[in-house]
Structures are given as structure tokens and as C-alpha cells.
Design a protein. Structure first.
Length: 605
């Protein structure tokens, strides 16, 4: 029995929506009816006809796909060999694809930056000109003139024009296990001295390096780039010389042991000269501020020669090597932030500066009355913990199931850029803004919530500059015509302490003091035990970035009859939202236009 051969007809019978030429004829007919007075050219070279043809092609393509069996639309016959993407060409968007957007608001960019591994918090400051360099515009000889300099013709009246669309980006970096806080320029050197009875007395030297990047940029870059010299590899090395150690920036006379012990609580200054070998290049770091923290025994047993030996230690644990390593860590984090910012930069926007946020140390002192059975060391740790989180609120990450259980709308959860480490709540982001003023009443309320605390008295706040000197004229202002007026001699605040603009307050542990009272008797906590408890509290409250966190929404299953349509052996991933990829609606409009909730969205198959 002969079989009828399979052939492709020359003139197949097409549905109206699949017939390109019929659609084109009908489209031209509509054009003739509606606009023949203005539109008379219907040949292929006319741009309007080109647009019509593109529309006709899109309609035929959509009609062709609509003719497929539903199982072919939902899943391929053979799954992909990639187990992570078994159905890469499925017909539905995931919530991560359809609801997230390219960052467009400061909050979006903050989320994007905080999602980076080394970044704890971030802020974007939009100025008329983030570089503070305006230019001038004026009309001369019927032409618009632009220049950074005013016109020479004094009769002209130039207008000051500020560049818009520039951002200044400030980063708060995560603490480093070895280097500590990466946001300041401090290096702490800790060691111990022993008295005649063999008792151990801890001693800390705090070194605050100056900001010399802009002043000596070539030396700065050489300092960071000389890897072989500082690691003493490939025949390179460096010599380190302490050129100055004294009480003032201008006095270069040698410091005596008696002067060191007399002014133990004051700020000292040190300078170094580094000579790189074999080239002989010299790098000078001048006037780093030093402070000493230790008891009377430590003070009496510390000599100038001991400090000099400590400051000229060339090993990786030495002050200069640790400082350089810290700068390299910061530069690496800033480079990562710049890369992600430029990868998501919007039109007519740019970033003038991307840098670490400046830190302002704030010491807190108070008398705390506690219950007779209170654990003073634990109360001290809880006080430190509460104040630290008040100064620097965290931005925690959440898992998708947690936010769904809280009843947060799905469109709000996925609002903003797609993140790699979970989700950030909008209210947490808002609470973590840079503070401009610190209120003692807020701190007292936090401390009174601590178990065992009965009263907080004589609470004072004192802030310190970049060299560790107390700052005057920022505390407890009076108000004149609604504006704060500061006493230039006042140091400590019992009411309000103002933080410098674009600075982040940081609890200054070394100069903060808390005296505890039980039944009227004063007690001091064991600081080592309190610090260990603080570390424990921080670990318990920490919500780290969630690597490989679920980024997709598990919605309710569809009826079994719908699932039965998938006669192929493969099934769609159970972890996606099914959102048709066609017709191609705008993603945000498709998500928000109907005002749907998670339950009313297309069901999972």
C-alpha cells in the first residue's frame, strides 16, 4: 500500500492573525480611511509602512505561538542538562525577574552597595555639585559662553551654574577580624607590662594616622603599590625611621621619659620616613597622633625607647605595616563599590566621590544604679551594645519566608534592585541614616530597658576630632530664632551633641566610663569579662548576609487538573512564580497595575 507523500503547500491556509500580507493590506486600508489627506505614500520606503510591517510581523509571531499546545508552551519535552536551570526557556518570569528593577532612588543604590560583602552601610548624597566646583554662563556676541572662570569683561553678568546629577557616596565597611574597624585611620597596639610581683598590666597605644592622600598623592600611591618592598620579596625591602616623637606638631626636640609620663593622658605626635630599596624612594608620614591607655604601673614602666621600638617595628604586625594593610583593604572595598555603581549608573548621573565615611569618636560617661543582684559585667556589655547600635544601627538581611510570614506584600519585598544576600526592609534602611545629633534622652531610655538597671545619672557625651582631642562648641546649644547657638568653650553635652556633617558617630570605648552603684556603693566592672560578653551579644544579634538565600516566591499550587496538562516528563521548577512572558507587558506595570497580592497572582504549576 503506497503512502501519500508529505509536502509543504505553496499557499497554505492561514488564520487571519497569521497572515502577514492580509494584516499589511488591512493596516494600509485603515491608514487610508483615517489619514489619507496627510499620508499618501504607502510604498515600502515610507517609515510609517516600515513600522506597520514590524507590527504585522509581531502579531503573526504571537498568533503562531498561541496555536501551540499548552504543554509545549509551559515546558520543553527534554529538560536542560543544567540541574540549576532545568527549564531555562519556560514561559513565566520569576518574581526576582519581574518585580526587581535597576536602582533609581538613593535607597535602591544603598541596597545595592550594602549587598556587597565588605560594605556594612552606605549613603548617597546628591548635591548641586558634589565637587563644589561651579562654572559660569553668560551671553556674549549672541553666543552662550561657558567657563570655570568669570568673563574678563566686567560689564557682563555671568550666572553661576552648578553641575547636577552628581553623587557623593559614603561607605561604612565591615570590621576586619585582624585590623578591626576599617572606617577609621586608627591602629591599636596592645601589649602588657609586669610589675615586681609578676602581675600583668595591659597597655594600649592608639595611633591615629593623618589624611594625607590628597596632599601627597604620588607618595600615597607609591606607599600602596610597593608590594615587593613591604613583603621583602624579589630583592626589594624598606627602611623605617622614626623622625619625630613629641608632644606638639612643631617641636622636634627629643622627648624624655619624664615628659612622657607627665603628659601620659595627652596627645603625642610621631612621624616616619620610609626609604624603599633598591630604588631609594622616600615616603614621609607626618604627625600621626598617639594616645596611651594604661594604669599607673604601665605608665611608670614605659620609656620613650620602648615606644620608639614599637613604632619602628617593620614586621607585618608593626604599626606601619598594619596601617598599609588597612588602606589596601579599604581601597579594595571602594573599588568593588565603584564597579557595581558604574554597572548600574543611570543616564545623566555620575559619582563624584566614592569613599569611606569619616568617623567621629564619641565618649559616653554615666553613673548607673543597678539592682543588688545585677551582673555588672553583663550590664556593662549591654550598655555598650545598646549605645553602639544607637550610634550605628545595623541593616539586617532577611529571608523570603520571614518577610512573607510578617505579611509584607510581595511587591514590596522585591521592590528595588535584585540582591544576592537576602532582602532589606525599607524601615531598617531608613533607621540607618547618618545621624546629625545625638540625644542623651534617647540613650537613657535605651539603658533603662536593660534588665537590672534602676537609674542612669550624670550622662555626658563628648566627641573627639581626628587626632583624638576633645571638640568644643558642639554641645547643648541655645536656640535663637529657631537656630542653634553653641558655646565655643563647652565640651561635654548633657542634652544634645551635634555630629559633624557627613560623619558617623562611633562609641569611643577607651575614654567612655561607667560607674555602677549597688545600694549606694560604687563598683567598677571587669572590662575583659565585659568585652567578652559584648562579643557574645553581638554574635547573638547579628544577621549576616545570607549567601544563596532564597530569592523566589513559593506560591500556592494550582489545581491538579492544571498540573495534568504537563504530559511531558519534565515539570516546572517548584520555586518560581509563573508569570507569562507574553504578551510582553512592562514588568512593573504588570506587577502593580492590577494591585494583586501573592494569593491572587498566577498559581504555581
Amino acid at each position: 500500500m503506497s503512502l501519500k507523500p508529505t509536502s509543504i503547500p505553496q499557499h497554505p491556509v492561514l488564520k487571519p492573525a497569521e497572515d502577514f500580507f492580509r494584516l499589511r493590506r488591512e493596516g494600509i486600508g485603515f491608514i487610508e480611511q483615517m489619514g489619507s489627506r496627510q499620508w499618501t505614500d504607502y510604498n515600502v520606503h515610507d517609515p510609517g509602512i516600515t513600522i506597520l510591517e514590524a507590527l504585522c510581523y509581531a502579531i503573526t509571531d504571537l498568533a503562531y505561538r498561541l496555536g501551540w499546545d499548552i504543554k509545549d508552551l509551559l515546558a520543553p519535552a527534554t529538560p536542560s542538562p543544567d540541574p540549576t536551570q532545568p527549564f531555562p526557556d519556560q514561559a513565566f518570569f520569576t518574581a526576582r525577574e519581574i518585580l526587581t528593577i535597576n536602582p533609581c532612588t538613593p535607597a535602591d543604590f544603598r541596597r545595592l552597595l550594602i549587598d556587597l560583602e565588605p560594605v556594612r552601610n552606605a549613603w548617597l548624597v546628591c548635591k548641586e555639585c558634589a565637587c563644589d566646583v561651579p562654572y559660569y554662563a553668560w551671553c556674549e556676541d549672541d553666543k552662550l559662553q561657558l567657563s570655570f572662570h568669570k568673563p574678563r569683561n566686567q560689564r557682563l553678568t555671568p550666572q553661576t551654574v552648578a553641575v547636577r546629577g552628581l553623587y557623593e557616596v559614603l561607605l561604612e565597611l565591615e570590621a576586619d577580624p585582624e585590623l578591626g574597624d576599617l572606617n577609621d585611620r586608627k591602629i591599636d597596639l596592645t601589649y602588657a607590662v609586669f610589675d615586681a610581683e609578676g602581675q600583668r598590666h595591659p597597655m594600649t597605644v592608639e595611633v591615629r594616622f593623618p589624611q594625607w592622600k590628597l596632599e601627597k598623592r604620588d607618595a600615597w600611591e607609591l606607599f600602596l603599590a610597593s608590594h615587593d618592598a613591604f613583603s621583602e620579596q624579589n630583592g626589594a625591602s624598606f627602611h623605617l625611621t622614626l623622625t619625630k616623637f613629641n608632644r606638639t606638631k612643631t617641636d622636634n626636640t627629643p622627648l624624655t621619659d619624664a615628659e612622657l609620663r607627665t603628659h601620659w593622658r595627652n596627645v603625642f605626635y610621631a612621624s616616619w620616613e620610609l626609604e624603599l630599596q633598591p630604588g631609594g624612594e622616600k615616603i614621609r608620614i607626618e604627625n600621626a597622633a598617639l594616645r596611651f591607655f594604661g594604669d599607673t604601673t604601665a605608665k611608670n614602666q614605659t620609656a620613650v625607647s620602648d615606644v620608639a621600638a614599637l613604632l619602628t617595628d617593620k614586621k607585618a604586625t608593626g604599626v606601619v605595616q598594619r596601617y598599609r594593610h588597612k588602606l589596601l583593604k579599604v581601597a579594595q572595598a571602594v573599588s568593588a563599590a565603584k564597579a557595581v555603581l558604574h554597572a548600574h549608573r543611570n543616564l545623566d548621573e555620575d559619582y563624584c566621590r566614592v569613599q569611606g565615611v569619616e568617623i567621629e569618636d564619641v565618649a559616653v560617661c554615666a553613673d548607673v544604679e543597678v539592682a543588688p543582684d545585677a551582673d555588672i559585667e553583663r550590664v556593662q556589655a549591654q550598655i555598650w551594645f545598646a549605645i553602639t547600635r544607637y550610634f550605628n544601627p545595623p541593616v539586617p538581611f532577611y529571608r523570603l519566608p520571614e518577610l512573607l510570614e510578617e505579611g509584607i506584600p510581595v511587591e514590596d519585598i522585591f521592590n528595588g534592585p535584585a540582591l544576592d544576600n537576602g532582602f532589606i526592609k525599607a524601615e531598617d534602611l531608613e533607621k540607618a541614616q547618618l545621624k546629625s545629633v545625638l540625644r542623651t534622652s534617647d540613650i537613657i531610655n535605651l539603658l533603662m530597658d536593660i534588665e537590672g538597671v534602676r537609674a542612669v545619672n550624670n550622662l555626658l557625651l563628648t566627641k573627639y576630632d581626628a587626632e583624638g582631642n576633645p571638640v568644643k562648641g558642639a554641645a547643648d546649644p541655645t536656640w535663637v530664632n529657631g537656630q542653634p547657638v553653641f558655646d565655643p568653650t563647652k565640651i561635654s553635652a548633657s542634652w544634645l551633641l551635634y555630629v559633624s556633617p557627613l560623619h558617623q558617630p562611633r562609641l569611643y570605648f577607651s575614654l567612655s566610663r561607667f560607674l555602677f552603684y549597688k545600694n549606694g556603693l560604687p563598683f567598677l566592672p571587669r572590662l575583659n569579662e565585659a568585652r567578652d560578653t559584648l562579643t557574645q551579644l553581638g554574635g547573638e544579634a547579628d544577621r549576616p548576609k545570607l549567601k544563596n538565600a532564597p530569592r523566589i516566591c513559593r506560591c500556592r499550587r494550582a489545581p491538579s487538573a492544571t498540573r495534568g496538562l504537563l504530559s511531558h516528563s519534565a515539570q516546572l521548577s517548584a520555586d518560581v512564580w509563573h508569570w507569562p512572558r507574553w504578551p510582553a507587558l512592562p514588568r512593573r506595570a504588570a506587577a502593580a497595575g492590577a494591585g494583586q497580592t501573592a494569593e491572587s497572582l498566577p498559581a504555581r504549576v
